[in-house]
Ligand binder design. Structure first.
Ligand code: ATP
Length: 411
């Protein structure tokens, strides 16, 4: 087992930075999920940890060693890819045992390990089949089994479940969770699927356009997103975002006006630098329908645009004037398109963001896990040590920004 650390890591392809100043610490035995939309730099970050790409600047650590120049096979990592990467001409048994042959391990021990791993993953009846005679889920289990043949310091997984159908994905998520609890091997797991991230990660690192946005537990990311990007990326249906106007009264508190209503804001949570024009976010489940108002909610009239039944609930798309919102309704509510309904906004559950930077303007509510841990912030896991670096050049970031790159003088 091992801890992993990215320290001021950049990856440039040509002039373009696809990973920008990545600072991330993965604790010993942790299951960390790296999530973000396609092209945000997840795989590149993982490949730098695996040793398939070298950081342009910065350092990657495994335990106490900088591994920037250490070849993949000397890093004691095991990687599982989306594309299984099995040898088609070999049986499951041979695929599992392949690494032990390359490493010239004693074959008696290797046979025992194959039996153990096959048993663990339910592959024993399939040991003599070739990959072509396996289902997608079985192939994925062989790929996992191959990684499990060793107890590596770190597991790296790159979208390992993407080729599976929905039911198998759910099953494999659970199995991976069991395996991780059993062996406790530090794992970095890449996915673009926020549901996978939320259900699997001890912590989740959210990336966008090459930059780490926030790293925290699933609950904190959901309840206290540090940026508008995290707020709208995590959660389905997405958080509603509307324009608002924030006013603060001397002594009295703060109010945000939006959709024709005034919502009270807990002034003690307002971070310094909050401006008048804000973006207000509210999750669909924090908009109640015909809820009995206990005084904390604020009422507004809406017209139902579309009802999307999901079985256990329905997503109801409504229009407040011309502004669309999504709410969650109980099943069999009977509500239909064009119905006029009353909605209650839970003002204690709103989020406020700076419209220019997207950074949250509210500190976590007191008593929340995030408040107990720390106040979230942009790139919350960043550690800076500017004294030992010098600016050497400007680069173009994926978002088209020009960024000054600093390099450690001892790099
Ligand atoms: P996906 O979920 O689609 O795999 P990702 O978040 O894993 O996306 P990366 O594969 O890390 O993203 O790619 C990040 C960016 O780097 C992309 O714009 C990609 O086109 C670019 N990129 C990746 N590898 C190379 C390369 N070898 N040369 C040039 N550009 C590259």
């Amino acid at each position: 087992m091992a801890e992993v650390r990215y320290e001021g890591v950049y990856k440039l392809f040509g002039d373009d930075a696809v990973v920008e100043n990545l600072n991330l610490h993965v604790a010993d035995g942790e299951f960390l999920v790296l999530v973000g939309p396609s092209g945000c730099g997840k795989t590149t970050s993982l490949r730098m940890l695996a040793g398939f790409e070298r950081p342009t600047y910065g350092r990657v650590w495994i335990d106490d060693a900088v591994v920037n120049t250490v070849p993949p096979k000397a890093r004691d990592i095991a990687m599982v890819f989306q594309s299984y990467a099995l040898f088609p001409h070999m049986t499951v048994r041979q695929n599992l045992a392949f690494g032990t042959k390359v490493r010239r391990e004693p074959q008696q021990e290797a046979r025992a390990r194959v039996a153990e791993v096959a048993d663990l993953l339910g592959l024993t009846p399939l040991l003599d089949r070739r990959p072509a005679a396996l289902s997608g889920g079985q192939r994925q289990r062989v790929a996992l089994g191959r990684a499990l043949m060793r107890r590596p310091k770190v597991f790296l997984m790159d979208e390992p479940l993407s080729n599976l159908d929905a039911a198998l994905r759910v099953q494999m998520r659970t199995e991976l969770g069991h395996l991780h609890r059993r062996f406790g091997i530090t794992t970095v797991y890449v996915t673009h699927d926020q549901v996978e991230a939320m259900t699997m990660g001890d912590r989740i690192a959210v990336m966008s356009e090459g930059r780490l946005q926030q790293v925290d537990t699933p609950e904190t990311l959901y309840d206290n997103p540090a940026t508008l990007f995290v707020a709208t990326f995590i959660g389905s249906p997405k958080m509603n975002v509307v324009q608002g106007r924030l006013t603060t009264d001397r002594g009295e508190g703060a109010v945000v006006e939006c959709l024709g209503v005034r919502l009270p804001v807990d002034r003690t949570r307002l971070l310094s630098g909050a401006r008048e024009d804000v973006l207000l976010g509210i999750r669909p489940e924090d908009i109640a329908w015909r809820a009995i108002s206990d005084g904390s909610g604020v009422c507004l009239m809406a017209e139902v645009d579309l009802v999307e039944p999901m079985g256990h609930e329905a997503y109801v798309r409504v229009l407040v004037g011309a502004t669309p919102l999504v709410t969650r309704f109980p099943p069999r509510s009977g509500v239909r398109s064009h119905d006029q309904i009353e909605l209650i906004l839970d003002s204690s559950r709103i989020h406020l963001f700076d419209p220019t930077t997207g950074v949250s303007l509210l500190a976590p509510a007191s008593g929340s896990a995030a408040a107990a841990a720390r106040t979230p912030g942009y790139g919350a896991d960043e550690r800076r040590d500017d004294k030992s670096r010098e600016i050497i050049e400007s680069i173009r970031s994926p978002a088209g920004r020009t960024v000054s790159v600093r390099r450690r003088s001892d790099n």
